[in-house]
Ligand binder design. Structure first.
Ligand code: NAD
Ligand code: ZN
Length: 390
């Protein structure tokens, strides 16, 4: 089959590899009909995640048709059309039983590498390095899906692939980020980043009753924030974000702040309030500028919700501001399995059309150039989807 493989920083190619096989009786094999490039893939592409190996198949946002099931699979049969959550979850450990699927104890077979670094290991993730299980990803013609009775969700034929694909990750991720803000009607929620995750965080916060402000510097993304999510917007290159936000709520500032940027995969360096923290406290900070600014800008007693991905150690994190204002932090990989059934209902009801954010659709063969287009935001790129059968 054809698959998109990682060979080093900024080096991916579509190669011919062996088809995946059923390895466990609980596995199934899916023929991918549509897959997407995620901001999280950029962390791998840009070389921020150290446990990648030459030849790893990327991709954790994918859907398709079941072509083979293992002998113990009960809920799926050949021909079923499914979306697949990006975290791999066993469905029966302590964490799965408490709806914390992305913390599954059993799915990360190489978990000791992560446990050594972090204390414990989280769930495996498709196409996301050996620290997260070393699973082949879905930017390929076929994928092996472990725990097939737990993750894949059947989707109705009345909806197109483009409408349901983002249930695999970015829609639930934006939704969990908003839910984590404990929104009450009329709250002000500010979202750093109006990329795919930021856009779904914004529309979800709006649907939960918040007044939403979206931040970015890319004109097409800011336009989508206004039109797709109904947000007010700030271009962080034109305005001082902290100054602009501190007048909200009669000077109390935002009720909640969402960091939908994560690791600086774009080499922007420090901006805005993060620069000020560094100068005032004479600290050196090289990453996490959106997070620092979100902490600095959040109102007293507020919540900082972090769907943006971080790894390793971020030095000089402004814990003083967080402590002084009594902030609450919520973060982590998304418990996709927990939310997808309800979010599918919103799509079926026409409350939103996730396909709105797709700007590029191409055959899998074009993936290498589209990684670059997406990373550099060329050609007003917001979200790329790839069709392996094309
Ligand atoms: P993206 O890279 O397309 O979007 C990030 C956006 O942030 C860009 O539009 C960029 O211009 C903007 N930005 C950069 N610096 C900024 C700043 N200082 N202030 C405001 N905006 C800034 O990526 P995406 O696909 O939207 O993903 C966003 C983040 O969410 C990534 O870190 C990704 O890894 C993470 N993610 C997390 C989960 C999860 O389970 N928690 C799932 C999916 C993605
Ligand atoms: Zn993703």
């Amino acid at each position: 089959m054809k698959a998109l493989r990682w060979h080093g920083t900024g080096d991916v190619s579509v190669d011919t590899v062996d088809d995946p096989q059923i390895l466990e009786p609980t596995d199934c094999i899916i023929e991918t009909t549509l897959t997407a490039i995620c901001g999280s893939d950029l962390h791998l592409y840009d070389g921020y995640i150290p446990t990648m190996e030459d030849g790893d198949i990327l991709g954790h946002e994918f859907m398709g048709r079941v072509v083979e099931v293992g002998s113990e699979v009960q809920n799926l049969k050949k021909g079923d059309r499914v979306v697949v959550p990006f975290p791999i979850a066993c469905g029966h450990c302590h964490y799965c039983n408490t709806d914390q699927y992305s913390l599954c104890d059993n799915s990360n077979r190489n978990g000791e590498m992560q446990a050594e670094a972090y204390g414990y290991a989280a769930a495996g993730i498709f196409g996301y390095s050996h620290m997260l299980g070393g699973f082949d990803g879905g930017q390929a013609e076929y994928v092996r899906v472990p725990y097939a009775d737990v993750g894949p969700m059947k989707v109705p034929d009345s909806l197109t692939d483009e409408q349901v694909l983002f249930l695999t990750d970015i829609y639930p991720t934006g939704y969990q980020a908003a839910v984590n803000c404990d929104i009450e009607e009329g709250d002000t929620v500010v979202v750093w980043g109006s990329g795919p995750v930021g856009l779904f965080a914004q529309i979800s916060a709006k649907m939960l009753g918040a007044n939403v402000i979206g931040i970015d510097r890319e004109p097409e993304r800011l336009r989508m924030a206004e039109q797709f999510a109904g947000s007010a917007t700030i271009n962080f290159e034109d305005e001082d974000v902290f100054e602009k936000l501190k007048g909200l709520n009669d000077g109390r500032g935002p009720d909640a702040c969402i960091d939908a940027v994560g690791l600086e995969a774009h080499g922007l360096g420090l901006t805005g309030a993060a620069q000020k923290v560094e100068q005032t406290l004479k600290l050196q900070t090289d990453r996490g500028t959106a997070l620092i600014e979100a902490i600095q800008s959040c109102g007293k007693g507020g919540t900082v919700s972090i769907p943006g991905v971080y790894g390793g150690v971020i030095n000089h994190f402004n814990i003083g501001a967080a402590f002084g204002k009594g902030l609450t932090f919520k973060m982590g990989q998304t418990h996709v399995h927990k939310y997808i059934k309800d979010l599918l209902k919103h799509i079926e009801a026409g409350d939103l059309d996730p396909s709105y954010i797709i700007t590029h659709k191409a055959p899998l063969a074009k993936a290498p150039e589209l990684y670059e287009t997406f990373r550099d935001k060329k050609d007003d790129c917001v979200k790329v989807v790839l069709d392996p059968s094309w």
